[in-house]
Design a protein around this ligand. Structure first.
Ligand code: NAP
Length: 341
C-alpha cells in the first residue's frame, strides 16, 4: 500500500485518541499505523490496533511520529525517534522554544517548515493556538505590539485526569446539590466542578508556566520578538475547547470593521459575531470542530481591538494542528516514505 508509516506516541491519552480520529477523518495517507503509550498500556486494544510500549528502540521503520506525551517523556524519546529517521511532530512543550525547532501553525507560519534541521517540529500550546490563529491576520495587517489575554481553559487541557476529575465531582455535586468540598482526582489541587481556578501549570515567580508559554510562543509564531503580552490563564469546568478574551494594540490603525473583514477571510477562522442575534462564540459550539470561532469584535474603552476566540483544544490546539502540519510537509515534498525505497 502506498503512503507513510505513521506512529502515535501517547495514543491512549486524550490528544493521542483525537489524533487517531483526525487521521482517519482526513484520510491521511498512512500505509501503516503503530500506537505507543507507557508500558502500563502495552497490549491494550484501540479498535483493531494493539498499543505497544514506547522505548528508544521502538521507532525504526516509521516515516512520521506524532508525540502526545508529557514533556519529560518527549524529552527522552523524541530525539531517538528523529535519530531513527522519522519526522517528529511533538505536542508537548519540551522543544517549542528551541531555536532550531520550528513551532508551527500552518495558517500562521508554514514557511517555518522550510528548515527542520533536527527532524523535530513543535506544535504550540492549545491556548496559544486559540489566540494566534485569529491574531496572525490582524498582525500582518497592522503589526501587534501589546496584548492582554485572559483564558478560560477546559479540563481536557489537563489530559484524561482532568476529564475524570470533573466528571467525578459533577456527579457527586449533582447528587448532593452541594459544590465539592475537596478535589475528587489528581488533576487539579482544588475542586473544579462549580469552580474557577486561576492557576494553570506550575508557579514561576509571579506567573504560572502556562501564561509564560503563551506569551513566548506567540512571539515565536508571529515573529514578533518585541510583543508585550500580559496573560492570565484560568481553568474552568468545561470539558473541551478553550476560550480566550484578547485585547490588542497595534502599530497601525485597525478598527473593528476592518478587523472583521480580515478575520472573515482568514484561513482557520469562522466568525460567530452577531451578539444582537445571540450569536457569540461558545466553547460548546467549538468542541469537536476544526475552526477557531471568533466574535465580540469591537474597540474597547481603552482603545484596544478586542475579540473572544474559542477553539477545540484537542483539535486545533493539538491533534488537528499536528496533522495539518504533516499534510503541509507532504505538500512541500519534505516527507519521504521509507516504504518506497
Ligand atoms: N490536552 C490538551 O488540550 C493538549 C493540548 C496541547 C498540547 N497538549 C500536550 O500533549 C501531550 C499529551 O497530553 P494529553 O492531554 O493527551 O495527556 P494524557 O491524556 O494524560 O495522555 C498522556 C499520554 O502519554 C502517555 N505516556 C505517559 N507516560 C509515558 C511513557 N513513559 N512512555 C510513553 N507514553 C507515556 C500516556 O500513556 P498511558 O496511558 O500508558 O499512561 C498517555 O497516552 C502533553 O504534553 C500535553 O501538554 C495537550
Amino acid at each position: 500500500m502506498s503512503g507513510y508509516r505513521v506512529g502515535i506516541v501517547g495514543a491512549t491519552g486524550v490528544v493521542g485518541r483525537e489524533a487517531l480520529r483526525v487521521l482517519r477523518e482526513r484520510n491521511f495517507p498512512a500505509s501503516a499505523l503503530r500506537l505507543f503509550a507507557s508500558a502500563r498500556s502495552a497490549g491494550m486494544r484501540i479498535g483493531s490496533l494493539v498499543v505497544e510500549a514506547a522505548s528508544r528502540a521502538a521507532f525504526h521503520d516509521l516515516d512520521l511520529i506524532i508525540f502526545d506525551t508529557p514533556d519529560e517523556v518527549a524529552r527522552e524519546l523524541v530525539p531517538s525517534a528523529a535519530a531513527a529517521g522519522a519526522l517528529v511532530i511533538d505536542n508537548s512543550a519540551a522543544f517549542r522554544m528551541e531555536p532550531d525547532v520550528p513551532l508551527v501553525i500552518p495558517e500562521v507560519n508554514a514557511d517555518a517548515l522550510r528548515q527542520i534541521p533536527r527532524r523535530i517540529i513543535a506544535n504550540p500550546n492549545c491556548t496559544t493556538a486559540t489566540i494566534a490563529v485569529p491574531l496572525a491576520p490582524l498582525h500582518r495587517a497592522a503589526g501587534v505590539r501589546r496584548l492582554i489575554a485572559c483564558s478560560y481553559q477546559s479540563v481536557s487541557g489537563a489530559g484524561q485526569r482532568g476529564v475524570d476529575q470533573l466528571w467525578a465531582e459533577v456527579q457527586e455535586a449533582g447528587a448532593s446539590r452541594q459544590p465539592p468540598d475537596r478535589p475528587r482526582g489528581s488533576a487539579f489541587a482544588a475542586p473544579i466542578a462549580m469552580n474557577l481556578i486561576p492557576a494553570v501549570g506550575s508557579l514561576r515567580g509571579g506567573a504560572f508556566s502556562e501564561e509564560i508559554k503563551v506569551a513566548a510562543e506567540l512571539r515565536k509564531l508571529l515573529s514578533a520578538p518585541r510583543l508585550a503580552a500580559g496573560v492570565t490563564c484560568v481553568r474552568v469546568p468545561t470539558l473541551v475547547a478553550h476560550g480566550v478574551a484578547v485585547h490588542a494594540e497595534f502599530e497601525r490603525p485597525l478598527d473593528a470593521a476592518r478587523a472583521r473583514e480580515l478575520l472573515a477571510a482568514a484561513p482557520g477562522v469562522e466568525l460567530v459575531d452577531d451578539p444582537v442575534a445571540g450569536r457569540v462564540p461558545t466553547t460548546l459550539l467549538a468542541a469537536g470542530r476544526d475552526p477557531c470561532l471568533v466574535g465580540r469584535i469591537r474597540l474597547d474603552e481603552a482603545g484596544c481591538l478586542a475579540f473572544f476566540a474559542v477553539a477545540d483544544n484537542l483539535r486545533k490546539g493539538a491533534a488537528l494542528n499536528a496533522i495539518q502540519i504533516a499534510e503541509r510537509v507532504i505538500e512541500m515534498g519534505l516527507l519521504t516514505s521509507k516504504a518506497t525505497f
